[in-house]
Design a protein around this ligand. Structure first.
Ligand code: PMV
Length: 330
């Protein structure tokens, strides 16, 4: 056994899908049923250190300063196993990960977390993967993590290969827009996205319609980004969000991720739009609301969102960069 201790630290930012992914074509390999288009955000990042250490009896995980066990540790161990298999590295690893935003707020952190882990773990194991291979690996941890490998606007392909070799993300463009995140009050326990997707696919009469309507939204999203057409992108983002939730709401029993504040924020964003502000909403597997707008309109959007009863905090995010190595070595 090698007595080599190798470590690497990587950072990745979260991303928000504008054309959503909901549903898997293969749950074991975490292959999405549909593609997606996202924006990587500056300001919401995970920094992760992976240290392969032959003296460890097992993999360990420290999350935001606290030792973690159970499901989070299992998910990390599964990714480490893939890295060990690819690199021939045999020892266990100590993983230390922290978010620069409050995890308790329930903002999706799996995207930034698994992108940072994929990069740090491969580098610590002596591998140097290209973006596509890293994206493929990050996807095994979380579907949305495949997108956080890259910065700016990113498209994730559903792919058709059985082994998922073509289920990878790639950068589309950089374009200076803003995503204003409205954190709504906590207290709601969300259905985990994997469980919500499975339940929707198995029981919702609208799931097939969601999958069938999806390619047109992807094409519209892609074209809007190519033409830097914020209105077209905003319109597809709102309808993709509502369609995704529509399919989940029609599951039996229906999955309802929204709180009252979520819906009030949607109305506020539409009222602003009626006043001539170019702003559109999106929302994921939780109650928080994200508003897409031009940089010049962001202060007004942030103020309006903050005034919604139940919105406890707002964060204004410019586009962010892809995952980066911060440190590496013994
Ligand atoms: O990355 P996951 O498996 O947690 O799924 C993400 C699902 C949504 O956030 C609702 C949509 C998306 O494309 O990010």
């Amino acid at each position: 056994m090698s007595l080599h201790i190798n470590r690497a630290v990587a950072e990745a930012r979260t991303n928000i899908a504008l054309v959503k992914y909901w549903g898997k074509r293969n749950e074991a390999l975490n292959l999405p049923a549909v593609g997606s288009i996202s924006l990587t955000l500056d300001g919401l990042a995970t920094r992760t250190e992976v240290r392969f250490d032959p003296s460890l009896a097992a993999d360990t995980l420290n999350l935001n300063g606290t030792p973690a066990a159970g499901k989070p540790l299992t998910r990390v161990m599964r990714l480490l196993d893939l890295v060990r298999a690819a690199s021939g590295r045999t020892g266990h690893a100590a993983v230390t990960s922290s978010n620069n935003f409050p995890t308790a707020a329930g903002l999706a952190s799996s995207a930034s977390a698994f992108a940072a882990l994929a990069l740090a773990a491969t580098r610590a194991a002596g591998l140097s993967l290209d973006g596509a291979a890293l994206s493929n690996l990050a996807r095994r941890g979380s579907g949305s993590a495949a997108r956080s490998i890259f910065g700016g606007f990113v498209e994730m392909k559903a792919g058709t290969q059985e082994d998922g070799g073509d289920s990878i993300a790639a950068p589309l463009a950089t374009w200076d827009v803003r995503m204003v995140v409205g954190i709504t009050g906590e207290g709601m326990k969300a259905t985990l996205s994997t469980d919500g997707m499975r339940h929707t696919a198995e029981t919702s009469p609208y799931y097939r319609a969601w999958v069938e309507s999806h390619p047109a939204d992807l094409a519209a999203g892609r074209a809007a980004i190519v033409h830097r057409d914020l209105q077209a992108l905003g319109e597809v983002a709102e309808r993709s969000c509502l369609s995704m939730h529509g399919s989940a709401l029609a599951a039996r029993p229906g999955i309802l991720y929204w709180s009252g504040a979520t819906v009030d924020a949607f109305h506020m964003i539409r009222a602003l739009r009626s006043d001539g502000v170019g702003v559109w909403f999106t929302n994921d597997a939780g109650p928080h609301v994200k508003a897409l707008c031009a940089p010049a309109d962001a202060p007004r959007v942030e103020k309006a969102l903050a005034s919604v009863h139940g919105v406890v905090r707002t964060i204004c995010c410019p586009p962010g960069a892809g995952a980066v190595v911060i440190e590496e070595g013994a």
